[in-house]
Write a protein that binds this ligand. Structure first.
Ligand code: BV8
Length: 246
């Protein structure tokens, strides 16, 4: 058990949740900030299975634009992504990184023990043969599945609203036994991710910390809260953990 005033043992197990805020300083949009994605498109039109069934071209166009944005050479991991990769590399205990983000900035920063619970924009799922393939260019109704060769069967491999996030059993198991849970760059609006802090509190074992630009919906549930831009507060927090256990 670690409090802000008690250090964490070096064998402690750490679970980190990230959201769109950690990628903001890399040039990617968040969702619920005033200039965010949901300020210009509706979830119901582009991020549900019903939207895809109703107007696949519109959904393909929405993700094609975001994928192109992610792949521009100006979008690179920032100091927060790099600090989390450093923590994973240097912390003797297990560090599991669970991201809600569909970008690839954590892996480009060097993260390895990583779960994309909402999927990845740079992967395609074939709705016919269920193959998941790397996909780093535009997708539309004529795109061909690399595995089964059919066309018109591909969708972006992300979890839409109403769909079940990936690897939930593994995530809940890690939350139940972690000694430290850190939530970074998320507004705490989307479940089940927004409920992870309560899972840790119910297990009554881990310390909980929120690192965000401003208080999230669930800020009062965290034992420790640190506010500021991720590229500043995350490296400082990681340095503190590595130096004296938090
Ligand atoms: C599901 C992929 C069943 C696509 C996304 C209760 C329980 C369970 C479900 C529900 C429930 N209540 C409602 C639901 C349904 C729904 C839901 O939560 N609705 C909400 C809107 C009420 N949930 C679902 O449908 C989920 N599925 O529940 O299945 C189930 C349940 C449990 C177990 C098994 C099965 C599926 C949700 C996934 C939807 N897909 N994305 C895509 O990306 O296009 S969600 C989308 O929101 C993104 O993944 C995003 O990551 C996520 C969360 O948003 P944030 O990352 O937090 O981004 P946001 O803009 O909101 O906030 C950014 C924060 O960063 C802000 O606080 C800001 O201040 C901060 N910030 C900004 N700049 C910086 C910064 N911080 C630091 N530094 C900075 N520089």
């Amino acid at each position: 058990m670690a409090h802000a005033d008690k250090s964490l043992s070096k064998t402690a197990r750490i679970v980190i949740l990230t959201g769109a805020g950690i990628s903001k300083e890399s040039g990617l949009e968040t969702f619920r900030d005033p200039d965010g994605i949901w300020a210009r498109v509706r979830v119901e039109d582009v991020a549900t299975p019903e939207a895809f069934a109703r107007d696949p071209a519109r959904v393909h166009a929405f993700y094609n634009a975001r994928r192109q944005g992610l792949l521009s050479e100006t979008v690179r991991p920032n100091a927060a992504h790099l600090a989390l990769a450093r923590l994973e590399a240097e912390w003797p205990g297990e560090v599991l990184l669970v991201t809600q983000n569909i970008d690839d900035l954590h892996e480009r920063a060097g993260a390895r023990n990583l779960i994309h619970m909402h999927g990845e924009i740079s992967k395609a799922l074939c709705t016919l043969c269920q193959d998941i393939s790397p996909w780093r260019h535009d997708m539309d109704g004529t795109s061909q599945c690399p595995a089964c060769g059919h066309t018109g069967t591909l969708r972006v491999n992300v979890v839409w609203f109403g769909e079940t996030p990936f690897e939930m059993d593994r995530i809940y198991q890690a939350l139940a036994k972690c000694d430290l849970f850190v939530s970074i760059g998320t507004s705490g609006n989307v479940y089940p991710a927004a409920g992870f802090v309560e899972e840790v509190r119910m297990a009554n074992q881990g310390h909980t910390a929120e690192l965000n630009l401003e208080p999230s919906e669930g800020h009062s549930l965290f034992a420790e809260r640190i506010y500021g831009p991720a590229s500043e507060v995350v490296p400082a927090y990681v340095q503190r953990l590595l130096q004296d256990g938090g």
